[in-house]
Design a protein around this ligand. Structure first.
Ligand code: N01
Length: 507
């Protein structure tokens, strides 16, 4: 593809070409905004679905819901689509959208700083042709909350002589057949990987620090007739999607109000253990000690049988160190390994990209958040960072439904902000500190009753102070309503001149 002709200035610079960045590009274009550039560090669209190519990668949210509302796909092969199908879907949507001529690939977003005098962002990007600096009126971050792999800080990990890679950076050149393989971690990625590896390895060690709750996945292949119906009667697809949405939304009270409501789901999870494992000692090892929902609830029919296989050992002794040839646990046992898969998750409560964004007071977003805690007004905007819009920002995540729903809600808010700026002739908008304080204190007050904070587990949802800065503690329909329209009253605004306007006066 020919790189777009980009001048020194763009109206909107979008970082990332996953679901979030692509959605922003499509919706801006619908509004007649064509002067935008999407900067993507990888060679293709897709974000997490381009990066996570591990064996067994699939979505644990039903496909009908894990897709854009404006781009339904009647061709999903099954109720939980495999990763490559989702990647093809994203590629197809991007190709049909007519926006790809504004994307640059293999190009990193290096840094951005707010130029108060000019009322725009100065942005440095580096692509195949080298580094360049441009300016942008708005900076829209769609870099993803789960994109920076977190490698475990285990003694000796750098000395391991075999193949070692993170789940989201799978090394497909490594032949796994007949190898001794170890997986560190038992989160959402690991439970999809383990059954696949068990099928090919001569021996598999799974290192578990905390047992997750796993309910059955009950995947179902869509028959030809069903697909034809979905293709020819679009209303049926919409009805299907709405049904799935509300069925998932039914989990919200159990997570945010009263964990006891989840008792039937917890029973299902225990039955799943009993169905997959007969050995009482192994059953005990995989039974979580914390409330259902405290960590992300996982879905699999094949994980427990893979753990129960003769060729698998579930190791629960903590890892002491890694040697050139294996993994040593605290009890002194060394288990030899040829291939070590690190499925230890991502940076979630401190996002590396934020250290590269400098606001109006000369401080980076990372520094501000380290001091005051990670927070954004409506999960999207931050005082001191005019015209910065974050997609999948703080407290926008959820553990029960589709992130694509949240992304569409945020993009609706951002496009309304841009429309408002255009219609009122504003050069910049920045949320007032008191608006953020109100938003965040309400959110954190709600958070106290959620299972994520009182469910007896530690998780990537919480920061080092035990504060949940990642999840949304109410229903997603509430989120959508609260972001339905841009709310200028919560913002300080600036006109293109440096003369303060009436709106500049703080409330
Ligand atoms: O990462 P995780 P993930 N020594 O952080 C363990 C999404 N996702 O990549 O629980 C030993 O969940 C850690 O142990 P503990 C989804 O949102 C979606 O699996 O912290 N172990 C845990 O078991 C998900 O939540 C899909 O005690 C260590 C594991 O590593 C998110 O991605 C599919 C360790 C990390 O689990 C992240 O999932 C896959 C150490 N030093 C992922 N450090 C869908 O289907 C960490 N661990 C949509």
């Amino acid at each position: 593809m020919t790189p777009p002709e980009v001048g020194e200035h763009v109206d909107h610079l979008i970082v990332g070409a996953g679901f979030a960045g692509l959605c922003a590009a499509i919706k801006l274009q619908e509004d007649g905004e064509r002067d935008f550039l999407v900067v993507e560090k990888g060679p293709d669209v897709g974000g997490t679905w381009r990066d996570n190519t591990y064996p067994g990668a699939a979505c644990d949210v039903p496909s009908q819901l894990y897709s854009f509302s404006f781009a339904p796909n009647p061709e999903w092969s099954s109720s939980y689509s495999p990763g490559p199908e989702i990647q093809d879907y994203i590629r197809g949507v991007a190709a049909r959208s007519g926006t790809l001529d504004r994307f640059v690939f293999d190009t990193t977003f290096d840094d951005a700083s707010w130029d108060g005098a000019a009322g725009r962002w100065t942005v440095r990007i580096t692509g195949p042709g080298g580094s360049r600096t441009l300016t942008a009126t708005t900076l829209i971050l769609g870099a993803g909350g789960l994109s920076e792999p977190r490698l475990p800080d285990i003694e000796g990990i750098g000395t391991f002589g075999g193949a070692l890679f993170h789940s989201s950076r799978w090394d497909h050149s490594v032949d796994l057949t007949g190898k001794r393989i170890a997986v560190i971690g038992t989160g959402a990625s690991a439970i999809q990987i383990v059954p696949e590896l068990q099928a090919v390895a001569s021996h598999l060690d799974v290192y578990q620090r905390t047992a997750p709750w796993v309910i059955p996945r009950n995947d179902r292949t869509y028959g030809a007739l069903e697909r034809r119906l979905l293709r020819t009667v679009p209303a049926l697809g919409r009805l299907y999607r709405t049904g799935i949405y509300w069925a998932h939304e039914g989990y919200v009270p159990a997570f945010t109000i009263e964990p006891k409501i989840a008792a039937p789901a917890k029973k299902t999870a225990i039955a799943n253990i009993h169905r997959g494992i007969t050995d009482p000692a192994l059953r005990e090892k995989v039974t979580p000690y914390f409330e259902f929902g405290c960590k992300r609830v996982l879905r699999s029919n094949t994980y427990y049988p893979a753990l129960a296989a003769d060729s698998t050992e579930l190791v629960t002794d903590p890892i002491a160190r890694i040697t050139e040839t294996g993994v040593v646990t605290a009890d002194g046992v060394e288990r030899p390994v040829d291939v070590l898969v690190v499925a230890t998750g991502f940076y979630t409560t401190e996002l590396p990209v934020t250290d590269h964004i400098t606001g109006s007071e000369g401080r980076t977003l990372g520094a501000v958040w380290r001091e005051r805690g990670m927070a954004a007004y409506k999960g999207t905007t931050v005082p001191g960072f005019p015209n910065l819009f974050m997609l999948v920002g703080p407290n926008t995540g959820q553990g029960h439904t589709s992130m694509v729903f949240i992304i569409e809600s945020q993009v609706a808010y951002v496009r309304d902000a841009i429309r408002t700026m255009r219609s009122r002739g504003w050069a910049s908008v920045e949320p007032r500190p008191q608006a953020l304080r109100r938003w965040n204190s309400d959110l954190q007050r709600r958070m106290r009753r959620t299972v994520w904070t009182r469910g007896g587990c530690s998780s990537w949802y919480l920061d080092e102070h035990g504060r949940n800065t990642t999840l949304w503690p109410k229903s997603t329909i509430t989120f959508r309503r609260q972001l339905a329209a841009f709310d200028p009253d919560a913002y300080d605004v600036r006109r293109p001149t440096t003369t303060p306007s009436r709106e500049d006066v703080p409330a």
